[in-house]
Ligand binder design. Sequence first.
Ligand SMILES: CC(C)(COP(=O)(O)OP(=O)(O)OC[C@H]1O[C@@H](n2cnc3c(N)ncnc32)[C@H](O)[C@@H]1OP(=O)(O)O)[C@@H](O)C(=O)NCCC(=O)NCCS
Length: 250
Amino acid sequence: MRPWPSSPSCIPAPAPGDIHVWQASLVQPASLLQGLEQVLSPDERGRVSRFRRDIIRHRFIVARGVLRHILGRYVSRPPQKIVFQYAEYGKPELGPPDMTLQFNVSHSHDLALYAFTRNHSIGVDIEYLNRRSVMDRMKIARRFFSDMEYDALCALPQSKQDRAFLACWTRKEAFIKAIGQGLSCPLDQFDVTVDPDRSAALLSTRWDAAEAARWTMVALDPGGDYIGALAVEREYKQVQYWTWHDKVMR
Ligand SMILES: CC(C)(COP(=O)(O)OP(=O)(O)OC[C@H]1O[C@@H](n2cnc3c(N)ncnc32)[C@H](O)[C@@H]1OP(=O)(O)O)[C@@H](O)C(=O)NCCC(=O)NCCS
């Protein structure tokens, strides 16, 4: 896999039909952490103060600070002037006048993924391949995946099941995050492709036979032991990938 290129310091916001996907390391030096914390809003600083563990606090500061910097570039506003509003289940969105720019964020272990597009709902998810045993994964799959997904997972060779579990999980999470419902949406009420070597796709939902055709999914490969996926309403023209670095802050 080619590593995602470092972002140039000036990137125009995604044009209609385009998707920008960024990754950022959540492990940053203390000097940078301070600068990122300064752009957070009072409610975000409140969240920071409620995290007990340093590592969790630092990861949140970086994830949210970087989001503010990228959005700030896109909408030509200082990062501290970005105003988020929160939908019913907590999905952060931009308020007027920037509402056409849609985004979503996911973080796992030391990495964050960000997805941006115009006019259409988008969701992203990243997971870290930790050492949880295949048996644990199968129990989780039995409990949360649809019957079709569970059967598809069981039919794969055992050597592939770890990645397949996470491919399925990230595809499902990307979708429930795109529609903004998060885990309030029962995960067994829709089907996605499971095989990590097969295109990511929403196959069907129990609530609307036409829903799956309205969504596109993209499998994301951030490198290392991470796996990701995004879901976007409608078709897209192109996906561009960037790696965030601190020069984007200047
Ligand atoms: C959204 C949700 C699925 C995220 O799960 P996760 O895998 O732990 O976290 P991720 O790293 O992928 O995503 C977290 C980010 O998603 C975004 N987010 C939060 N709520 C969201 C929602 N309802 N839809 C989409 N995105 C959401 C935020 O940017 C959040 O980042 P932050 O924590 O730094 O603010 C989960 O928190 C959820 O279901 N929230 C909704 C609340 C709810 O209905 N809970 C019912 C529990 S049964």
